[in-house]
Design a binder for this molecule. Structure first.
Ligand code: ADP
Ligand code: MG
Length: 558
């Protein structure tokens, strides 16, 4: 039998493929299953216009068969199959996608669920197999064909026998090496886990024989093993379902099933976008902080699917840092399966989705703040710090997005307030939004600097988090009201200085100088103050940094 060489380009591409496009060998299964799903879709689309064809849902499926003795794994489908020519062109030429051609020919029939279009997925088989055999019988053909290849040096084609329409791909699994157990791909539980992970939402049943045990009949306390064909995938993903069909419990169990967290999420958002970019997303605001959340180890990101097939576990580009606590997934028809991380970063569609998602999250948080205050305060207790970091980061570029989501403890009842609430309660003559920094509300209350402001009947925001003051510096003002630290030299409410004050300063000059001298240069000057009531003395700053900020900066590693 004549062996046909792959085209030269194909050879090089094949090497490149196997060694670089895919970082994980296990995705070969996802690629082959996607191809089978495409092949069944194609019959479905044909049946839409061809009266001689009926599409009976039950007779279309994908079957996975590991054979440990023969060291082979086969993936069979009842899809459209391939003619001899199609085997040559689609499998003999790398980067040739029969599915893309099909989509182009059938544009009017809406083939948008078909996954393939790059013509490289099939070759992922060679990451785990040293020989691949494809037996296929195309729809409408009597003759089946066997295509076989051992990798880069070419392939053979010969007639074969096959009773039913469809394709069966047999992978001759590579021998184990020291760092890779290929045999693992013959283990039914490993295979089941891979199907669950990547292909759970393929719309056709993926079947496999699974061994389980059951109580032995007539023999008390004894068990027997038996095997049974099971459908492994759940087929209809929750995000494709109608929101009205779903209950809060459904979203919660999906959250747990996906291991987004062990807590009960505070909120979920289900997005079904049908505009310029088509995508579905389910997003969650967790209740508790992941143990590594405020460390470098924490990895943000959403699961990314392309037409129901998982392509990335944690797509970081979908979430801004300040919403890094959000968990969930996105499925889009506008993205391709084998797109690499580098390409993804520049993908316009992905950017659009990320932007959209950001505003959905913001909307959900605003809704919670407005309608479920207690819940929001709980949320803010866990992740508020991250929002404040967000205000501070990138020189305040995100302040518009975030400022209305912030909460601070106020001197009024020591309750949490938003900036909008603070401003709405400001008496008419109050010029600034006052704040005081300290390690706790109790300590701040004892600060002499707060006296004058409180005496005036103004509210003070208590900044007890290191980041508070830095974040507020980025805001500079809120609704045209500037922020002002109570320890600032100018509070805008001191009484006018009168000539006799100047005289008193002059008179006490030797005393003040002696005091400053005693403090040994730790203060720049000592002055008479008009802002104190019960306390004899307080610190005030004149420069840009407040005492609290200096403390934080001094504590930072160089
Ligand atoms: P893609 O799926 O991106 O088109 P692949 O390398 O995965 O690229 O597959 C190449 C082509 O081979 C497909 O487009 C399709 O025409 C054909 N093909 C692969 N697997 C099957 C299958 N199981 N049944 C029918 N055709 C298939
Ligand atoms: Mg494919």
């Amino acid at each position: 039998m004549e062996k046909k060489p792959f085209l030269a380009e194909s050879k090089r591409l094949l090497d490149m493929m196997i060694n670089s496009i895919y970082t994980q060998k296990e995705i070969f299964l996802r690629e082959l299953i996607s191809n089978s799903s495409d092949a069944i879709d194609k019959i479905y689309y044909k049946a839409l216009t061809d009266d001689s064809l009926t599409f009976d849902q039950d007779s279309y499926f994908i079957e996975i068969k590991p054979d440990k003795a023969a060291r082979t794994l086969s993936i069979a489908d009842t899809g459209i199959g391939m003619t001899r020519e199609e085997l040559e062109t689609n499998l003999g030429t790398i980067a040739k996608s029969g599915s893309l051609a099909f989509k182009q020919e059938n544009e009017s029939k809406d083939g948008r669920d078909i996954i393939g279009q790059f013509g490289v997925g099939f070759y992922a088989s060679f990451m785990v197999a040293d020989k691949v055999t494809v037996v296929s019988r195309a729809l409408g053909e009597e003759q089946a064909w066997r295509w076989e290849s051992e990798g880069a040096d070419g392939y053979t084609i010969e007639p074969a026998d096959k009773a039913a329409i469809g394709t069966e791909i047999t992978l001759h699994i590579k021998p184990d090496t020291e760092d890779e157990s290929y045999e693992d791909y013959l283990n039914e539980y490993r295979l089941k886990a891979l199907v669950k992970k990547y292909s759970d939402f393929i719309r056709y049943p993926i079947k496999m024989e699974l061994t389980s045990s059951r109580p032995k009949e007539g023999a008390e306390g004894e068990f027997e093993e038996f095997s049974e064909q099971q459908t492994i995938n759940s087929m209809v993903p929750i995000w494709r379902k109608n929101k009205s069909e779903l209950k809060a419990e459904d979203y919660e169990s999906f959250y747990h099933e996906k291991r987004y967290g062990f807590d009960k999420p505070l909120a979920h958002v289900h997005v079904s976008a049908d505009g310029a970019v088509v995508y579905q997303a389910i997003l969650y605001v967790p209740e508790t902080i992941p143990f590594d959340y405020y460390t470098k180890e924490y990895e943000k990101g959403l699961e990314l699917y392309s037409r129901g097939v998982l392509i990335m576990n944690k797509c970081a580009d979908l979430l801004p840092d300040y919403f890094s606590f959000v968990k969930g997934m996105v499925d889009s028809e506008s993205l391709s399966l084998n797109i690499s991380r580098e390409l993804l970063q520049h993908d316009r569609q992905l950017k659009q989705i990320a932007k959209n998602i950001e505003s959905k999250i913001k909307g959900a948080l605003q809704g919670m703040l407005k309608n479920e205050r207690e819940k929001y305060e709980k949320f803010f207790g866990s992740f508020g710090r991250q929002l404040k970091f967000g205000v501070y980061s990138d020189y305040g570029a995100h302040k518009e997005t975030l400022q209305d989501l912030l909460l601070f403890t106020s001197s009024k009842d020591k309750a949490l307030v938003t900036l909008a609430e603070y401003v709405s309660r400001m008496p008419e003559d109050q010029k600034y939004i006052y704040y005081a920094s300290g390690s706790s509300a109790e300590r701040i209350e004892k600060l002499p600097q707060t006296e004058l402001v409180l005496d005036k009947g103004y509210e003070i925001l208590y900044f007890t988090d290191d980041i508070d003051e830095f974040a507020i510096r980025m805001l500079t003002s809120y609704k045209d009201k500037e922020f002002r630290s109570v320890s600032s030299g100018d509070l805008g409410i001191e009484d006018e200085r009168k000539p006799e004050d100047e005289a008193a300063d002059e008179e006490n000059k030797p005393l003040f100088e002696a005091m400053a001298g005693l403090l040994g240069g730790k203060v720049s000057a000592v002055r008479a103050s008009k802002r104190l009531r019960k306390h004899p003395v307080c610190f005030a700053t004149e420069g840009d940094l407040t005492i609290e900020m200096e403390k934080v900066l001094a504590a930072m590693p160089d």
